[in-house]
Design a binder for this molecule. Structure first.
Ligand SMILES: NC(=O)c1ccc[n+]([C@@H]2O[C@H](COP(=O)([O-])OP(=O)(O)OC[C@H]3O[C@@H](n4cnc5c(N)ncnc54)[C@H](OP(=O)(O)O)[C@@H]3O)[C@@H](O)[C@H]2O)c1
Length: 337
């Protein structure tokens, strides 16, 4: 397995991480034993970064990871945990809490659910507009001092917030959506991270399955699946986006690769400081994703990919309007961009 440093100061992790969210939440029903088999297959293949959130099905995802890691080498795996989003019993997202006591309380529950004495990366899932980032990061820094957290991360925040947070304590990585269909970070956020030595953990590299080559208009989407209401999966936007996938498929065919492999390989080629997370929840999807590590893209290949999916070509925003408005990373941009 090829490795990358998660930030300029480490730790070294596999160049692809496994995002476990879809094994519990947001993408409809998942098969628990297949999820665990997928985590095992990932570890066996050399993946050493597992990403989760305490709010993924209200702790279910952490319990799942804990079960999967039983009998495995805990220290050989970096566990990255998000906190702060609050969920109601029906699954609704009902707010965000980045207050210092919430940081410590959430961490205590995560450690217990994960069955571990530390998490490797700890981050607020969404900026809490009522709590200065300095206070949230300050509280995580106390947890670093106490040995419960190794590295502080951020999620979906803009360049100014990255700077403010980094002034309080070294920030390891920023987790943010980045793919051929979501390239906004290239303007300001990515250069800021590079200037400060903050790594990027890219999520949505397959645009939540849209850019995988496995999505189609007729695909069955079960209740509770985020993609039921996601703008890029709706109406004419979907037709437009699937036509981009068709164009990318031609490039993939020429490389004897799949669409998903080209999409992941493209992110891998964007810089050594970017670690893509893949949201595989089945072993066959994981095997396909790992195949991206074998794909070498020449300058001509990269140009062909960008002709197929030019920057800004995606139809529809990545979240619904209200969710977009809550993203610090989107602040100051025109609506719908
Ligand atoms: N910080 C944040 O705000 C944030 C937000 C979202 C996610 N995340 C993290 O990032 C991780 C990845 O995000 P994501 O799941 O949205 O991204 P993704 O990898 O773009 O999308 C995953 C979806 O793609 C489909 N897919 C099709 N072929 C695949 C293949 N070969 N390998 C992997 N997936 C394939 C999956 O399939 P099926 O539907 O067939 O299973 C799944 O529905 C999450 O698990 C979570 O840990 C963070």
């Amino acid at each position: 397995m090829i490795t990358r440093s998660l930030s300029s100061a480490g730790p070294v992790v596999s160049s692809i991480g496994l995002g476990c969210m879809g094994m519990s939440d947001f993408y409809g029903t998942a098969d628990e034993s297949e999820s665990i088999a997928t985590i095992h297959a990932a570890l066996d293949a050399g993946i050493t970064l597992l990403d989760t959130g305490d709010y993924y099905a209200a702790g279910h995802n952490e319990l799942l990871i804990s079960r999967a890691l039983r009998g495995r080498d805990r220290d050989g795996v970096a566990i990255s945990v998000k906190f702060g989003l609050m969920r109601a019993p029906d699954g609704a997202v009902v707010g965000v809490d980045g207050r210092p006591p919430a940081v410590k309380n959430s961490l205590a529950y995560s450690l217990r659910r994960l069955g571990t004495d530390h998490v490797d990366v700890y981050r607020l899932g969404r900026l809490d507009p009522s709590v200065p980032i300095e206070e949230t990061v300050g509280a995580i820094a106390e947890m670093v001092q106490a040995g419960f957290v190794r590295l502080i991360g951020l999620s979906e925040v803009g360049a100014a917030t990255v700077r403010r947070a980094h002034a309080v304590h070294t920030i390891g990585d920023l987790q943010i959506e980045y793919s051929l269909l979501s390239r906004d970070i290239e303007a300001e956020i990515l250069p800021t991270c590079r200037e400060l030595g903050v790594g990027v953990t890219a999520y949505g590299v397959l645009s939540r399955g849209l850019l995988s080559g496995h999505w189609s208009r007729g695909r069955d989407v079960t209740q509770g699946d985020f993609r039921n209401t996601a703008p890029r999966f709706s109406g004419e936007n979907l037709d437009r986006n699937l036509s981009l996938v068709d164009a990318l498929r031609a490039v993939a065919d020429a490389k004897s690769a799949t669409v998903a492999q080209i999409a992941i390989a493209w992110v891998l080629h964007r810089g050594e400081d970017i670690v893509p997370l893949v949201g595989a929840r089945r072993r066959d999807r994981l095997a396909e994703a790992l195949g991206a590590l074998e794909v070498r893209l020449s300058t001509d290949d990269l140009a062909a990919i960008e002709r197929a999916v030019p920057p800004g070509a995606a139809a529809g925003s990545r979240y619904q309007e209200a969710q977009m408005a809550a993203l610090d990373s989107e602040r100051g941009k025109p609506a719908g961009s």
